[in-house]
Write a protein that binds this ligand. Structure first.
Ligand code: SF4
Length: 236
């Protein structure tokens, strides 16, 4: 049975590159080393949700049709729309987004992406201020203080902590977790927080206040801060 090694998982941003995929009769039958999410994605467990053929709704029911019919119908709907909006675009290619923008211009559509309710503010902040960043390899080898702010890698990026952060043994952190401190900033006590050294359980919507307070402390102005900041009490 052919086993393909060093396969890259395309599910989350960790891009684990050590998957072992067994193929029988041109079908993937087993996936080794991936987490639950990566295994499900690679095994194609979400495929039943795919729409494989074009369909048009007739009398309330979706009916299979040809691509020509579907494209013509979609064009009619778009042209007749008073205020069309093109939304989404976060899980597709740059080439597809480029075409969608041209179509939006043609049809006078509003255009927005899911970043509007997600990473939009981060993108704007990066454009305005830049972003200090590093590779996962740098994090693995150098980081001895890890802050997970508003994220829960145990659920969203299950192998992040073992491969790149909390538990990973790096060049300057040979003892893994023993060489590291992990701080969680989150309004909820998440599964990631359960094994962290410190949880800063801030009030929802007060991240900015907490960042400003941390900046004040780093700049030597701790004395001007109140005892409680963003729902967290200061240790005096
Ligand atoms: S953590 Fe899991 S889902 Fe993410 S890339 Fe690795 S195997 Fe895939």
């Amino acid at each position: 049975m052919p086993v393909i090694t060093d396969v890259v998982c395309t599910f989350c941003g960790c891009l684990c590159d050590d998957l072992e995929v067994t193929v029988e009769d041109n079908k993937i039958t087993k996936v080794g080393k991936a987490c639950k999410l990566g295994r499900a994605k690679t095994m194609g467990m979400f495929l039943h949700e795919r729409i494989e053929k074009p369909m048009i709704r007739k009398n309330g029911e979706l009916e299979e049709c040809s691509y020509e019919e579907a494209i013509t119908k979609a064009a009619e709907i778009l042209v007749a729309a008073k205020r069309p909006m093109s939304y989404g675009w976060c899980s597709t290619s740059c080439e597809a987004i480029e075409k969608a923008l041209l179509l939006a211009e043609e049809t006078g559509s509003l255009f927005d992406s899911t970043a509007n309710v997600c990473h939009g503010p981060s993108a704007i902040a990066t454009e305005e201020k830049g972003a200090p960043t590093c590779s996962l390899g740098t994090a693995k080898n150098y980081a001895d203080l890890i802050v997970f702010w508003g994220c829960n890698p145990v659920h969203a990026h299950p192998r992040h902590q073992t491969r790149y952060s909390t538990m990973a043994k790096g060049a300057f952190t040979p003892n893994g977790k023993k060489d590291k401190k992990v701080i969680i900033v989150d309004p909820r006590s998440t599964d990631t927080a359960k094994k962290a050294d410190l949880l800063l359980q801030l009030k929802p919507g007060t991240d900015y206040i907490l960042v400003e307070a941390l900046r004040a402390i780093v700049n030597g102005h701790e004395d001007v801060l109140p005892d409680e900041i963003a729902g967290c009490r200061r240790r005096l």
